[in-house]
Every structure is written in C-alpha cells, then in structure tokens.
Design a protein around this ligand. Structure first.
Ligand SMILES: Cc1cc2nc3c(=O)[nH]c(=O)nc-3n(C[C@H](O)[C@H](O)[C@H](O)COP(=O)(O)OP(=O)(O)OC[C@H]3O[C@@H](n4cnc5c(N)ncnc54)[C@H](O)[C@@H]3O)c2cc1C
Length: 390
C-alpha cells in the first residue's frame, strides 16, 4: 500500500493487519451517516472492544493483553489510516493508566477486569473547566469530605464520551487553592460511577461541535461520591493526571500519523486517476510536490512518535519526545489534510469523498488534548532552559 511508512520490522504488523481488517467493515458511508446525525459509533466501539483492542494496555492479570504502548499506538494509527476515528474510544486506553498506576489493589480488582472484558466503559475524563481551561491548577470544581463520601459541586466542559461511558475519572479540588503550600497540591482524582451519578447530582449537556465528537458540559450539584472511589492520596491528583499525559500525547500523535497517511493515500490515488489536459494531474510537479512534502513531513513525525513510544515502553523519561511527537504529528496531519483538499479541487469539499469530514476531525489535534502553544512553551522552558512564561 502506498505511503504507509513501511513497517517491515514492525513487531505489531499482525495487529495492524487485523485492525485494518476490522476497520474495513466500517467504511466511509458508516462514518458519514453518523457525522450527519452527530451520533456515537456504537457498533465500531463494540467491535474494537470485542476484539480486545481497547484492553491492549491492561495487564494480563486483569484480563487485558498487557501490550506495550507501542502496540496501542499501532492500533490507533491503523484505525485512523483506514479512515475511521478512534476519538470515540481512545480515552479508555490512557485514562485506565491512572487507575492502574495509582489505584488501590481493591479498586483495580473491582474495575479493571470488567473494563478489559467490555462490561464497563471508562471513556470519560473530566479535567477541563470553562473558566480555567489549560490552567488546570485554577480549576474550581470542589469535592468536600462528609463522612464516608465526598460531595462534589462545580462544572466541567469538553467532557467527551460521558454519555457513552459507565465510569469517569474526575479531577476536583479537595483543598482550597489559597490553603495549599505547593500550587500543584490540593487536587484529587475520583472514579465516578456514572450509572449512579446521572440524575443524582450530575447533569450532562451535549455540545454540538464542527466534527462528531460526543462532547459535553457536565454540572455537579451536590453529587455524592463514595470516599472509597478516591484514587491514591487525597491532594496528589494533579501528579497522577500528569503521569498519564505522556501516554495520551503519544497515542493522539499516532492517530495524527494515521490521519496523515489516509490523506496522503487519498491524494496520491486521486492525482493518478484524475485526467485533465490529456494527462493525470499527478504528472504535474505542482501537484506531486505538495503530496511528496506531506509524506516527508509525516515520516519525520512518525519517527518522533516511535522514539517517544520506545522511551515510554523502556520506562525512560519521554516528556520532551512525547510533546514533540504530538506537536509534529498534529502539524503533519493538518498539513496533509490541507494538501488533500487542494489536490481534490472542488471534490475535496463534497461529503461523499470523506475528506472534508477527516479535515474537520484532524483539526482538533492542534488544540486538544493540549494546544500547540502549550507544547512549545513546555519545550522552551523544560528543554531549552528559557524563563517560565506563565
Ligand atoms: C472536542 C474536544 C474534546 C475534548 N475532550 C476533553 C475531555 O474529554 N476531557 C477534558 O478534560 N478536556 C477535553 N477537551 C479540552 C481540551 O483539552 C482543551 O480544549 C485544550 O486543552 C485547550 O484548553 P481551552 O479550550 O480551555 O483553551 P484555553 O486554555 O482557554 O486557551 C485558548 C488559547 O490560548 C492559548 N494559550 C493559553 N495560555 C497560553 C500561554 N500561557 N501561552 C501561549 N498561549 C496560551 C492556547 O494555546 C489556546 O490556543 C476537549 C476539547 C475539545 C475541543
């Protein structure tokens, strides 16, 4: 296949082939119909769950496959390279890590086996709030201990997939900001059982966005969360969330690489087939060069993604590489998307070509889960030693 990047020595080639086969059952028509109605890809997520892909990172002792992050990255990349969209379920792969690394043995035993076999969905991740945005330490949602439970009040925004999830990881303040010694203290992580919470202090309001993303606003009004659902130590939640962010960045970057491959393949195929002025448009260098440039950009980003994943899997520090992987891959997918529309001329805008849909979908990754500016400021401060800017 053209522009796949070549994975001759890829240990996950069998997984890639199997994922491609599964995705072939969910062609463009499937995604277009969902996109029109902003509907959730329930059948697709079920197929991935049944095949065990969403449990790739869950250790075998809890019923998962215990695969390294590189394998999860390969799964998400292939989903996107085939024109599907992993955003409907990718969070299960990385939110689970917080529970795995910081949860108690009882919590892991209670949730992970059911998540692994698909009986429980952990798809929702409530961090962002309307007033604090990227400035996570300023979040205001408050969880106050009252006997054997916490009472939660506040609001989250952009809480994706919560309507299609049984559990949510929630980051809330348990000590007021003015009362903490270190500014990163005072936040705690909870596992919220949405089946009990909905209608009992938790209200969800969907947000219609430019792409089909099942995202929402969530309101907490005296929601009771049992104290046993606190993950790890009270007040240390920000650190627990941060520890999962490298995995999240690497996995999202893999999706961007998949998107870029899809756009490059579409553009190359079209440039070979579309005949104008008596020859394929792809015979013109003015058409070839943007495709070749997008390909080179994607391959360079792909190297950084696999470097970051390899460091992560080796248990080494990968903060800089994970951030650069996300930055470069999101730029590569966006550049490839723009190129692909241009190569298709007017047809790039037609719904039935799927390009405008993928174009809208891949634009998100310049902003979420972390915006480009924030990655650049991380690199400036932590890698280049420049003064902290905020
Ligand atoms: C479709 C969608 C799904 C999402 N899903 C989830 C989810 O499931 N769970 C969740 O918790 N969050 C989710 N998010 C939130 C996402 O992580 C945030 O949108 C993202 O981190 C940016 O935060 P913000 O929107 O508040 O922008 P802001 O923080 O308000 O920033 C606005 C702009 O200002 C720039 N900026 C801010 N501060 C600085 C600075 N110091 N220097 C330079 N530039 C700066 C940013 O780069 C950005 O471009 C989702 C968002 C979207 C759009």
């Amino acid at each position: 296949m053209l522009a796949t990047g070549g994975h001759q020595q890829d240990p996950f080639e069998d997984i890639r082939t199997a994922v491609r086969e599964l995705c072939s059952r969910f062609p463009g028509e499937y995604w277009r119909a969902l996109d029109r109605d902003r509907a959730y890809p329930t059948e697709f997520v079920k197929a991935l769950t049944d095949a065990g892909y969403l449990a790739a990172l869950i250790p075998e002792e809890y019923g998962g496959s215990g695969l390294p992050l590189s394998a999860a990255a390969a799964i998400l990349e292939e989903i996107h390279a085939t024109g599907c969209n992993g955003a409907a379920c990718h969070a299960q792969m990385y939110t689970m890590g917080t529970l795995l690394r910081h949860g108690s043995p009882e919590q892991k035993k209670r949730y992970l086996p059911d998540i692994a076999r698909g009986a429980l969905r952990l798809q929702a991740f409530g961090v962002t709030e309307p007033t604090s945005g990227t400035d996570t330490l300023s979040l205001r949602t408050m969880a106050v201990r009252e006997g054997d439970h916490f009472v939660v009040n506040g609001q989250k925004i952009w809480t994706s997939r919560i309507e299609h999830s049984d559990l949510m990881l929630l980051l809330a303040r348990t000590t007021r900001r003015e009362d903490v010694v270190r500014r990163s203290d005072g936040l705690s992580v909870f596992i919220v059982d949405l089946r009990e919470a909905k209608g009992h202090g938790l209200t969800i309001r969907p947000i219609r966005t430019m792409m089909n993303h099942a995202t929402t606003e969530v309101f907490f009004d005296n929601l009771k969360v049992p104290a046993e659902n606190l993950i790890g130590e009270e007040g240390k939640g920000f650190r627990y969330i941060l520890s999962g962010m490298n995995a999240e960045r690497i996995l999202i970057a893999s999706e961007c690489i998949g998107d870029a491959k899809w756009f490059i393949r579409k553009a190359s195929d079209y440039a070979r087939q579309r005949v104008l002025f008596g020859r394929p448009i792809g015979q013109n260098q003015g058409v070839q060069f943007p495709i070749a440039r997008a390909y080179a950009q994607m391959r360079a980003a792909e190297l950084m993604v696999s470097k970051a994943a390899a460091l992560y899997d080796a248990g080494r520090d990968c903060g800089a590489e994970a951030n650069m992987a996300k930055l470069l891959a999101a730029d590569a997918s966006w550049a490839a998307a723009d190129m692909c529309i241009q190569i298709h001329g007017g047809f790039g805008f037609a719904e039935e070509f799927d390009i405008e849909r993928k174009f809208r979908e891949t634009r998100l990754y310049q902003v979420a889960p972390i915006s480009t500016n924030l990655i650049l400021s991380y690199l400036a401060e932590h890698v280049l030693g420049l003064p902290r800017s905020y």
